[in-house]
Design a protein. Sequence first.
Length: 60
Amino acid sequence: MRDSHNRPAAPNYTQACIVMFGINLAWVLMAIWAIWGLIAAGALCWGVNKVIDRIAAARQ
């Protein structure tokens, strides 16, 4: 059995997660823009911004 105190630290994937969130958000917005137009993409951006603001307010 392996000693549980002799493990290396887990890698920190926070930066990779943030980058991939941005990449995924960008292609989703491009797809929405191509299908439904700029107004729909702008409305989605506004909605995502409101959700992020609520999360930030709840964390404080």
